[in-house]
Design a protein around this ligand. Structure first.
Ligand code: ADP
Length: 626
């Protein structure tokens, strides 16, 4: 029979597997056992939801055998099996899980990363085998087929004999090399060790023949070898075991196996709840965003089990959008198996579980923020934008739940602090929480407005994320302290006396400001200010739209353009103030020219562009040659 070719992507991945120098070749076993377990899950689920399918649950299981002489390992399951078409489609191409990732990631990464990062599934068997046979009979079918491949040049599928439904996978191991002893996998103790290491919590029994040395009957020192078939795995899923009996390492292995993450999670939340609704859950907060997290392909959700049987791979209703990064499993005996997606949404038990899970996650994050700042910062770097989004989404309905999870860089020591910490640090008579927005911390530090706040020893939150401003506006007040953007209008830190004096100066110069405003054209107001120390000018916004918002929204690829109402402020104690007053009396035309230059300066300091650079250049040049 003619050989069929693998699809191009599969070929690439296979090539990678065949020539892999990856030291962790043993993971092939985990992949094949997990496929076998999935296949049994599928049949199990079907049997529970379809009365016409009658299978004996007690017979479900996986069987592993080795033939040392022929260098063969066989992994058999009595799961759902595959039809001829399924063999073709599932094993001739990389399943959806692998292919896209492979294409994207393979450009930059070495094979080690790919294998560590994602489940590569069935093809990983080519790391250890140079021939693979897959005999399969789909449940309910009379025909069985055999898929055979010796590697990259293709595969064949032919009818074969197979008594029971399910799948047998036979690997012929590669010859040993100086670097790697594939024969190890043929020894029952090594195999037993690997099954326990990787597949201990597979919920079906994994059986294998194991040899034991036993004292011969009636003898004190003579041993005999007995070979017996045993169930190797513990089967109880990790989430159903007692918390205090589980090592961190076990959680981490479970997490990386199940969710294909090569980095340890920042937090593990293991809960066992009894009451109106009982459930076990095992949740993980990853330490970095998955490669597709910020794309529309990412699907949130937790695995949902009913008494150990998987009923949904990604149950969206269990986690709110702002916690979409959470991975994990939920198992509840109070959910029925053939629950449909629509019914699930209105299911009260599910709602109760979701609520309780959300509280657990919030509490865990709050604890992390308090007790392990380094980890929390790592988390926030990866998923902080989710929390921020949660604060302002839906007109801020969830802001109170989430506001304590926010952190910002503080002007003091440039450390990350929460709103709570800000309030705890501040003087009793300070009535506002000050923040300022800008592109980077360094740029913010250079803003004229920041100067006098630092001078007065006020702590300022530096907001460098474009969402920050929306977030803080949504929150509005925190513990009765108003959140105040210092780039916005009228924050005067000076004394009452100084304020009065300033008001008078502004009043006296009213007409001059009108002339300046007309010359500039683009400002709502020109005035003197007390808030600048050394800088001559700054630009602040007057309305709800701030200058940062103008920058952010106008940079977005939409047609929407907005404009902040701008106020040009002039440092009342700077020499330029006197100069302007003087020009107003003596040379109005010069006053207009200088006004334009000052406005352009203020725009540049704010990170806005100058609308007419040519005009600005000649204005400056005229001044230089005077
Ligand atoms: P993944 O398990 O990530 O989908 P694999 O490459 O491991 O990718 O497997 C591809 C597909 O082949 C599986 O999704 C499944 O449909 C099918 N498959 C693999 N092994 C078995 C098996 N033992 N029984 C039934 N189907 C299987």
């Amino acid at each position: 029979m003619a050989k069929k070719q693998f699809k191009a992507e599969s070929k690439k991945l296979m090539d990678l597997m065949i020539n892999s120098i990856y030291t962790n070749k043993e993971i092939f076993l985990r992949e094949l056992i997990s496929n076998a377990s999935d296949a049994i899950d599928k049949l199990h689920y079907k049997s529970l939801t379809d009365d016409s399918i009658k299978v004996d649950k007690k017979k479900f299981g996986i069987h592993i055998s080795m033939d040392e002489g022929n260098r063969i390992i066989t992994i058999s399951d009595n799961g759902i099996g595959m039809t001829k078409d399924e063999l073709e489609n599932n094993l001739g191409t990389i399943a959806k899980s692998g292919s896209n990732v492979f294409k994207e990631e393979n450009k930059h990464k070495k094979d080690i990363d790919i294998i560590g990062e994602f489940g590569v599934g069935f093809y990983s068997a080519f790391m250890v085998a140079d021939r693979i046979e897959v005999k399969s009979k789909a449940y309910g079918s009379d025909e069985a087929y055999e898929w055979v491949s010796e590697g990259i040049d293709g595969y064949t599928i032919e009818p074969c004999e197979k008594e029971e439904y399910g799948t047998d996978i036979t690997l012929t191991l590669k010859a040993d090399t100086d670097d790697y002893s594939y024969s190890e996998f043929l020894h029952d103790h090594e195999m037993e060790h690997l099954i326990r290491k990787y597949s201990n919590y597979i919920t079906y029994p994994i059986r294998m023949k194991v040899s034991h040395s036993e004292l011969k009957k009636g003898s004190k020192d003579e041993y005999e070898t007995k070979i017996e078939e045993e169930v190797i795995n513990d089967m109880v899923p990790l989430w159903k075991r007692k918390k205090d009996k589980i090592k961190d390492e076990e959680y981490n292995t479970f997490y990386s196996d199940k969710f294909f993450d090569y980095e340890e999670p920042v937090a593990v939340i293991h809960t066992s709840a009894e009451g109106l609704v009982s459930y076990n859950s095992l949740l993980f907060i990853p330490s970095h965003a998955p490669y597709d997290f910020y794309t529309k392909n990412y699907e949130k959700g937790l695995q949902l089990y009913s008494n150990g049987v998987l009923i949904m791979e990604k149950c969206k209703d269990l986690v709110p959008d702002y916690y979409s990064f959470v991975k994990g499993v939920v198992d509840s005996p109070d959910l029925s198996l053939n629950i449909s997606r629509e019914i699930l949404q209105q299911n009260n038990a599910l709602k109760t579980i979701a609520k309780s899970i959300e509280n657990k996650i919030t509490k865990e994050l709050e604890d992390l923020l308090l007790n392990d700042r380094e980890k929390y910062e790592k988390f926030f770097k990866a998923f902080g934008s989710q929390i921020k989004y949660g604060v302002y989404d839906n007109f801020g309905v969830n802001k109170d739940k989430l506001k304590d999870l926010l952190i910002f860089t503080s002007s003091k020591e440039k450390k990350n602090i929460s709103l709570k910490e800000y309030v705890d640090h501040m003087d009793k008579d300070q009535d506002s929480i000050y923040y300022v927005c800008g592109e980077t911390i360094d740029k913010i530090d250079l803003l004229p407005q920041v100067e006098s706040f630092k001078e007065h020893n006020y702590e300022i939150l530096y907001c460098t994320d474009y969402m920050d401003e929306f977030v803080l506006q949504t929150i509005g007040t925190y513990e009765d302290k108003k959140l105040v953007n210092i780039s916005k209008e009228n924050i005067d830190l000076s004394s009452e006396e100084e304020k009065k004096e300033l008001d008078k100066k502004n009043e006296d110069a009213k007409e001059m400001f009108e002339v300046m405003k007309d010359a500039i054209g683009d400002v709502k107001e020109v005035r003197f200010t007390n808030r600048l120390k050394n800088h001559p000018v700054c630009l602040v916004s007057a309305g709800d739209v701030t200058i940062e918002m103008e920058k952010v929204i106008n940079a977005m690829p939409t047609d929407e353009q907005i404009k902040a109402e701008k106020v040009l402020e002039i440092n009342v104690s700077h020499k330029i103030a006197d100069k302007l007053l003087n020009l107003y009396k003596k040379d109005k035309e010069e006053l207009k020219r200088i006004s334009k230059i000052l406005y352009a300066e203020a725009r540049l300091i704010e990170g806005l562009s100058v609308e007419n650079p040519t005009e600005l250049a000649s204005l400056i040049c005229d001044e230089l040659v005077k």
